[in-house]
Design a protein around this ligand. Structure first.
Ligand SMILES: [Zn+2]
Length: 262
C-alpha cells in the first residue's frame, strides 16, 4: 500500500466514523471532502509535500554541501557551458535529462558522466500530462527514460517528475520500480526572463547546507538557458567563497538512506 492509498483509506474511515457518530450531515461531509481535496492538491503541486509518496527534497543540514541540479537537457547551446563552468571550479552536479534529448545528443550525456556528474531520469519525453496517466502508461514512460540514461551510465531510478508534479499513480509506480523521487528545496526561478545576476543573487540569498537547487539546462520548447549557464559560474564562485561544496545527489545523500520522505 502506498502513502497515497493510506491517505485515501484513512479519510474514508474518518468520514464513515463521522457519519456513524453524527449522521450524514451534508456540511460535515463536504468539509471532510474539501479537506481531502486540499491535501491531495498540496501533494500533487508542492514539490516538498510528502503526502502522496516518500520523496527526497534536501540532504543533511550538518554538512557544508549542496547539490546543483539541472533539468530538461542536455541542450548543445547550454549544457557545454555549464559543464565548462563546473570543470573550472571542480564542482559536481546532477543532470535530470529528458530521454529524447539524450537520444538527440548522446555525446553530451556521455560527457556529463565522464566528467563525474550524475545523469538522472526526467522521463522519456517530459509529457505535460504525465500526472494524468494511469500506472501502466506512466511506468512505460518512466522506464523508457530510465533505459536511455542507464545505457549511457546514468541512474534510471533517480527520478524527478516533469514540473515536480506528483500523483497517486506515481506513488504506486515509484514503489513498484524502487524510484528515488528527488525534488528540490530551492528553486532558482531561471525559466523566465531573469538575468544571470538576478538568478545567482536569489539563490545565494537563501542557500544553506543540504539544499537541492533546481536549475534548467534545457527547455522542452527549445528555449535557451544561456542566463542559467552564466548564473552557474557566478554561483560556483560564490559557493566556493562561503565554503559550500557542490556535489552530486549521490554524494549529498550518502549515508542518509535514500527514500526518507523528509
Ligand atoms: Zn522538466
Amino acid at each position: 500500500m502506498t502513502r497515497a492509498d493510506g491517505l485515501g483509506l484513512g479519510f474514508g474511515a474518518l468520514l464513515l466514523a463521522l457519519v456513524w457518530l453524527f449522521g450524514p450531515s451534508p456540511g460535515a461531509l463536504s468539509a471532510g471532502l474539501l479537506l481531502l481535496c486540499l491535501i491531495v492538491a498540496d501533494g500533487v503541486a508542492r514539490p516538498q509535500s510528502p503526502w502522496l509518496l516518500p520523496i527526497i527534497t534536501h540532504g543533511p543540514r550538518h554538512r557544508p554541501r549542496v547539490a546543483l541540479t539541472f533539468d530538461d537537457g542536455p541542450d548543445p547551446r547550454v549544457t557545454p557551458l555549464i559543464l565548462d563552468a563546473l570543470a573550472v571550479s571542480g564542482a559536481k552536479a546532477t543532470f535530470f535529462c529528458i530521454g529524447a534529448h539524450v537520444e538527440a545528443h548522446p555525446a553530451l550525456a556521455r560527457r556529463i558522466v565522464a566528467e563525474g556528474h550524475e545523469l538522472a531520469n526526467h522521463s522519456a519525453a517530459h509529457p505535460r500530462t504525465l500526472n494524468l496517466y494511469g500506472p501502466r502508461r506512466m511506468t512505460a514512460e518512466i522506464q523508457r527514460g530510465a533505459r536511455i540514461v542507464e545505457a549511457l551510465g546514468g541512474d534510471g531510478r533517480r527520478y524527478r517528475p516533469p514540473m515536480g508534479l506528483k500523483s497517486p499513480p506515481l506513488a504506486r509506480v515509484a514503489q513498484a520500480l524502487g524510484l528515488k523521487v528527488t525534488l528540490w528545496s530551492l528553486h532558482a526561478h531561471d525559466t523566465g526572463s531573469a538575468s544571470a545576476a538576478l538568478i545567482a543573487t536569489r539563490v545565494l540569498a537563501r542557500i544553506k547546507p543540504g539544499d537541492i537547487v533546481l536549475l534548467h539546462d534545457g527547455g522542452d520548447r527549445g528555449a535557451s538557458r544561456a542566463e542559467t549557464a552564466q548564473a552557474t559560474s557566478l554561483l560556483l564562485r560564490e559557493l566556493a567563497r562561503v565554503g559550500l561544496e557542490p556535489v552530486t545527489l549521490g554524494v549529498l545523500l550518502e549515508g542518509e538512506g535514500e527514500i526518507s520522505g523528509r
